[in-house]
Design a protein around this ligand. Structure first.
Ligand SMILES: *Cc1c(COP(=O)(O)O)cnc(C)c1O
Length: 411
């Protein structure tokens, strides 16, 4: 079992020490929810203030050209590319994951018109499943969403599946699919594959080109720290750039938006995945956040992620095992993302008590307490202190109070 001093030693050797200083950490807080909303980069307020006062206030509409607003979706997309092995020119930020998923799902189904099945798994984020359900209801022509257990995805990829649509890292258990192997199985059966990287980007190394995937979507407000509601990203393999036509189209994806033609004509390549005007103030904050990733070595990042997660698992199992906590997801660290969840009786109240003690994680129904370890800024000492706080709360039953038992709207 590690001591706090050993954790301090590990932190002194942390290759990302300098990055931690670039984020605002509120006084007295141990923040373990970077997998839901990342910390604020210290550069964000200055960059957004400039976008408001100078760019919007003074430069006004000329900013679309002079401050490059129009091209931000692709400029930021190119900065995200190395984090997901995307190749250059294949990533764009816009809209939300749900909206981008709708775009690539419709594009993929249109490429596989002879097949009607969308395959997903029960570990997927519900919104992803809702998008497919809503689309199928609208199409009402026999399209079907088939949801299987995560372990059954591989054996359920059959020749009637049009699109395999799955999230790499399970938002609850952190179980990680084998992207390369599943993509190959999908292609062997003639299916297309869409990966959701919401809990992967900025947490584990991703190699979309290496895995030969078809489409991907992902989140920027989680591990990438883009700020509340920052635009999601969408990736399309270059082999589909010319053929993928989303059902959700708009003037930003037109070949000549400022010709104002009455008929839609797709822009060449990825640009057609754009729909309409984006929230630029949010994009500017996101741009500041993505600049933090310019020099990040993803293998070192992954190594640190595994070290933080393993330490937390060891400490919690050592200190809290007697209280009925049970690790969710696999033990093999190569098969996990960068968060750790425990099944915990009275987990909601336990998490509320922990938050009151300054350790911020979250609760996911029905009984999971979840802790995100953002390798860019979390430290081993934080892990040690958080595990100690959790142990103390369980040992003393200090969670058993009315103010911790009452549920809030956002858990
Ligand atoms: C967070 C998350 C989303 C969020 O979708 P939005 O439409 O951007 O709100 C989608 N999918 C997964 C797997 C997520 O973890």
């Amino acid at each position: 079992m590690s001591s706090r001093t050993e954790c301090e030693t590990l932190d002194r050797k942390d290759p990302f020490r300098a990055h931690r200083g670039h984020f605002h950490v509120p006084e007295g807080v141990i923040y373990l929810d970077g997998n839901s909303l990342g910390l604020m980069p210290k550069s964000a307020p200055t960059r957004v203030a400039d976008a408001i006062s100078r760019q919007w206030g003074e430069d006004l509409i000329t900013s679309w050209n002079t401050n490059n607003w129009f091209h931000l979706p692709r400029v930021i997309g190119d900065k995200i590319s190395p984090l997901i092995g995307a190749g250059s020119g294949n990533v764009m930020v816009a809209d939300t994951i749900s909206v981008n998923l709708f775009k690539v799902l419709t594009a993929a189904l249109a490429l596989k018109r002879e097949r009607k099945v969308i395959l997903s798994d029960s570990g997927n984020f519900p919104s992803d499943l809702y998008v497919a359900q809503g689309l199928n209801r609208f199409l009402s022509d026999g399209h079907e969403l088939k949801v299987v257990a995560p372990e059954e995805v591989a054996s359920s990829i059959t020749e009637d599946v049009a699109v395999v649509m799955i999230t790499e890292v399970d938002y609850r258990t952190a179980r990680r699919h084998d992207m390369k192997a599943i993509t190959k199985l999908a292609h062997d059966k003639g299916c297309l594959i869409i990966w959701d990287l919401a809990h992967s980007a900025g947490a584990v190394p991703v190699d979309l080109i290496g895995a030969d995937a078809d489409f991907a979507v992902g989140c920027t407000y989680k591990y990438l720290n883009g700020g509340p509601g920052s635009q999601a990203f969408v990736w399309v393999h270059p082999r589909h750039h010319a053929s993928a036509e989303p059902a959700l189209v708009g003037w930003w994806g037109h070949a000549r938006p400022f010709a104002f033609d009455l008929a839609w004509e797709p822009a060449p390549g990825l640009v057609r995945q754009q729909c309409g005007t984006q929230a630029i103030l949010s994009m500017v904050a996101l741009d500041a956040a993505i600049d933090e990733w310019a020099d990040v070595d993803l293998l070192a990042l992954h190594e640190k992620s595994r070290s933080l997660c393993q330490l937390f698992i060891d400490l919690v199992e050592g200190g809290c095992g007697k209280h009925g906590l049970k690790l969710a997801g696999p033990r093999d660290m190569t098969r996990r993302g960068s968060h750790v969840s425990f099944h915990c009786p009275e987990g909601y109240a336990v998490m509320q008590a922990l938050i009151a003690a300054g350790v911020i994680g979250d609760f996911r129904a029905p009984d999971l307490i979840r802790f995100g370890f953002a390798p860019l800024y979390n430290s081993h000492v934080e892990v040690f202190d958080a595990a100690a706080a959790l142990t103390e709360i369980l040992d003393t039953r200090s969670w058993d109070k009315p103010e911790f038992l009452a549920r809030k709207a956002v858990t």
